[in-house]
Design a protein around this ligand. Structure first.
Ligand SMILES: *[C@@H]1O[C@H](CO)[C@@H](O)[C@H](O)[C@H]1NC(C)=O
Ligand SMILES: *[C@@H]1O[C@H](CO)[C@@H](O)[C@H](O)[C@H]1NC(C)=O
Ligand SMILES: *[C@@H]1O[C@H](CO)[C@@H](O)[C@H](O)[C@H]1NC(C)=O
Ligand SMILES: *[C@@H]1O[C@H](CO)[C@@H](O)[C@H](O)[C@H]1NC(C)=O
Ligand SMILES: *[C@@H]1O[C@H](CO)[C@@H](O)[C@H](O)[C@H]1NC(C)=O
Length: 513
C-alpha cells in the first residue's frame, strides 16, 4: 500500500514538475515599430495589445541589433550579435558558417518543452537552412501559411479597377487568391495547435507565432481602414531629410520605390520628397495593418491557458517619413526601436513600464531565467568558435521581478549596426540591403538614455572587422533636446568630449557596458 502511495506521489510530482513549467508564447510582428496605443502613438488603434500590456512589463527603450529581418531574427533567436553571426544580409546559415549555436526554441526543446513555429519566426531561406532550423529548434515541422506564396501577386485594386503590385493594398479577403491571407491562416494554425496540444502531450509548449504584417506590401482586410480616418492621421514634423545627415547614413528605401503605386509618383532618386498626401496614406495603411494584427493577437490570446508567459515584440522598426525616409535599413531610433511587452503569470499582474535601455539579445537569457530552464546563461567569451551555450545579452529578470532576483540590471547602452555598399546611396548595389560581397562600410551605433552616436567606418567583408581609422560619417543626437534625432550635433565644438567618450565606448563594444 505504502509503495503504491509513494509511486502515486512520484507520478504526481513528475507530472506536476513538468506541468508547473509555464508555457511560452512568443509573438513576433514583422516590421512593427512601437505604433501601439500603449506606447502613446496617436495614429494607432490596438486595444488587444494594450490590454495585454495592462498585465505586463512594457519596455519603452528596447532596440534591435540590426534593422533588417534575417540578421535581427537570427541575432535574437541565438542571443548573438550580427558581428558574431557574420550575418548582415539574408545569405548565410550560422551553423554552417560560424558555429553550432543554440537557439531559444532549441534550448526549450532540449529541456522538456514541445516547440512549434507558426508563420515567420526565423527568416525563411538560406539564413535558416530553408527549414526554419527545424532539425534543431522545433518539435514539429514549422507551419507556413499557404497564401504567403501570393505575397508579390498583383492583387491590389487601383483607382480604375486594374490590379497592381502596390505598397498600399487594402483587400477584400474572400476575393484574394486562396480566399484568405497569410496571417489569418497562421492564426488558425496556432489556435489548432493550442486546442489539440494537451491531448497529444503532457509537455509544456514553446509556441512562436510570427505575423507577416505590417511588412510591405501593406496588404490587409479593407475593413480595418475604418478605424483610421485619413483626416485624423498626423504627419511627423520631421518628414524632410536633415541637412547635417552624412550621405552614407541615408537609406534610399528602394523597396518602397519599386512598388507600382509609388513608382508612378516619379520621385527623384535618392533624396526626392514623397508628397504629403501619400505620406498620410502610408501612415494610415500601416496603422490599419497593425490594427488587423492586433485583432488576430486578441483572438490568439483568448486561446492560451493562464499559465503562459507571453512575449510580444517586432524584429525592428519602420520609418514612415521621419527624416524623409521610409522602411528600415538605418541606425535611427525609428528603425531600431521595437515594442517589447512581457507578461509573466503571477508576476506581472499590473502594468509596469521600464525605461531601461534593453536589447533583443536580452530575450534569450530572460526566458531562461523566467522558466528556470537551465542555470542562468553566462556571457559568451570572445573569439569566434565559442560553441558553449551562452549569451551576448543580459537577463531582464531584475526588471520583471525585482523581488525574486538578487541581481540588478546594469546596461546603459544598446548597440546596433547597419552595412552599406558605398558612401553614396545607390539602387544597384542596393544601399538598403547590400549582399555581404558588396559591403564596404559599417555604421556602428550606440544609444544611451541621452545620446545616439553613430560612426560609419570602412569594413572588411572578408574578416568581418571594422577599420576605425577610415571614417565616412559621424552622427550625434541628444535625446534630451531632440528625441526625433533631427539635428546632428557632431560638429559642435562644445560636444567634442561627449562624442569622443561615446566613440571610445562604441569601439570597446557591448562587452563593456
Ligand atoms: C550541433 O548541436 C547539436 C545539438 O546540440 C548536436 O546534436 C549536433 O551534433 C551538433 N553538430 C555539430 C556539427 O557539432
Ligand atoms: C517531463 O520532462 C522530461 C524531460 O525534461 C521528460 O523526460 C518526461 O517524460 C516528462 N514527463 C511527463 C510526464 O511528461
Ligand atoms: C543545411 O542543409 C543542407 C542541405 O539540406 C545539409 O546538407 C546541411 O547539413 C544542413 N546544415 C545543418 C547544420 O544541418
Ligand atoms: C489604371 O491605372 C494604372 C495606375 O494606377 C495604370 O498603370 C493603368 O494603365 C490604368 N489602366 C487603364 C485601363 O486605364
Ligand atoms: C520623372 O521625373 C524626371 C525628373 O525628375 C523627369 O525628367 C521625367 O520626365 C519624369 N517622368 C515622368 C513620367 O513624369
Amino acid at each position: 500500500m505504502f509503495k503504491l502511495f509513494a509511486f502515486f506521489l512520484l507520478f504526481i510530482s513528475v507530472r506536476a514538475n513538468n506541468r508547473s513549467k509555464p508555457n511560452v508564447l512568443l509573438i513576433i510582428v514583422d516590421d512593427l515599430r512601437p505604433s501601439l496605443g500603449v506606447y502613446g502613438c496617436k495614429n494607432a488603434f490596438t486595444p488587444n495589445i494594450d490590454k495585454l500590456a495592462k498585465k505586463s512589463v512594457v519596455f519603452t527603450n528596447a532596440f534591435t541589433q540590426q534593422a533588417l529581418c534575417a540578421p535581427s531574427r537570427n541575432s535574437f533567436l541565438t542571443s548573438r550579435r550580427p558581428d558574431s553571426l557574420h550575418l548582415y544580409d539574408f545569405y548565410s546559415y550560422w551553423r554552417d558558417t560560424v558555429g553550432n549555436y543554440t537557439t531559444i526554441p532549441q534550448l526549450f526543446k532540449e529541456n522538456g518543452y514541445f516547440t512549434y513555429s507558426v508563420g515567420k519566426v526565423f527568416h525563411p531561406g538560406i539564413s535558416s537552412n530553408f527549414t526554419d532550423d527545424a532539425k534543431f529548434s522545433w518539435s514539429k515541422t514549422p507551419y507556413h501559411p499557404p497564401t504567403e506564396k501570393y505575397k508579390e501577386a498583383k492583387v491590389c485594386v487601383t483607382g480604375n479597377g486594374s490590379l497592381a503590385r502596390n505598397l498600399l493594398c487594402p483587400v477584400i479577403v474572400k476575393e484574394q487568391p486562396g480566399g484568405s491571407l497569410p496571417d489569418l491562416e497562421s492564426l488558425s494554425a496556432a489556435k489548432d495547435f493550442l486546442k489539440y496540444h494537451n491531448q497529444i502531450t503532457n509537455l509544456p509548449y514553446f509556441l512562436a507565432v510570427g505575423f507577416h504584417k505590417p511588412h510591405i506590401p501593406i496588404k490587409f482586410p479593407i475593413e480595418y481602414l475604418k478605424y483610421h480616418p485619413l483626416e485624423d492621421v498626423q504627419i511627423p514634423l520631421n518628414h524632410q531629410q536633415p541637412s547635417l545627415l552624412p550621405k552614407v547614413a541615408w537609406n534610399p528605401w528602394n523597396d518602397i520605390r519599386n512598388r507600382d503605386d509609388i513608382k508612378a509618383l516619379n520621385i527623384s532618386f535618392p533624396f526626392g520628397n514623397v508628397p504629403d498626401g501619400t505620406i498620410k496614406r502610408i501612415i494610415q495603411h500601416y496603422n490599419a495593418a497593425v490594427t488587423y494584427i492586433d485583432d488576430l493577437i486578441g483572438d490568439l490570446l483568448k486561446s492560451i491557458d493562464k499559465n503562459t508567459i507571453v512575449v510580444l515584440t517586432g524584429d525592428h522598426g519602420w520609418s514612415m517619413s521621419e527624416h524623409g525616409e521610409f522602411s528600415k535599413y538605418s541606425n535611427f531610433d525609428v528603425a531600431t526601436r521595437v515594442p517589447l511587452i512581457i507578461h509573466v503569470p503571477g508576476v506581472t499582474n499590473l502594468q509596469s513600464v521600464s525605461k531601461e535601455i534593453v536589447e533583443l539579445v536580452d530575450l534569450f537569457p530572460t526566458l531562461v531565467d523566467l522558466t528556470e530552464l537551465t542555470n542562468p546563461l553566462e556571457v559568451c567569451l570572445t573569439g569566434n568558435v565559442n560553441l558553449k551555450l551562452c549569451t551576448e545579452g543580459k537577463s531582464l529578470m531584475p526588471l520583471i521581478n525585482p523581488h525574486l532576483s538578487d541581481k540588478i540590471y546594469t546596461k546603459y547602452a544598446a548597440f546596433t549596426q547597419y552595412p552599406r555598399p558605398g558612401e553614396y546611396p545607390t539602387s544597384k548595389p542596393d544601399s538598403d540591403q547590400p549582399h555581404l560581397r558588396d559591403i564596404k562600410i559599417m555604421g556602428y551605433s550606440i544609444r544611451t538614455v541621452q545620446y545616439r552616436y553613430t560612426e560609419w567606418v570602412e569594413f572588411s567583408n572578408k574578416n568581418f572587422t571594422p577599420n576605425w581609422k577610415n571614417i565616412y560619417g559621424r552622427e550625434l543626437y541628444d535625446h534630451f533636446i531632440d528625441p526625433d534625432e533631427n539635428l546632428n550635433l557632431i560638429t559642435r565644438l562644445q560636444l567634442q568630449d561627449v562624442a569622443n567618450a561615446l566613440s571610445k565606448q562604441l569601439r570597446l563594444g557591448w562587452r563593456y557596458i
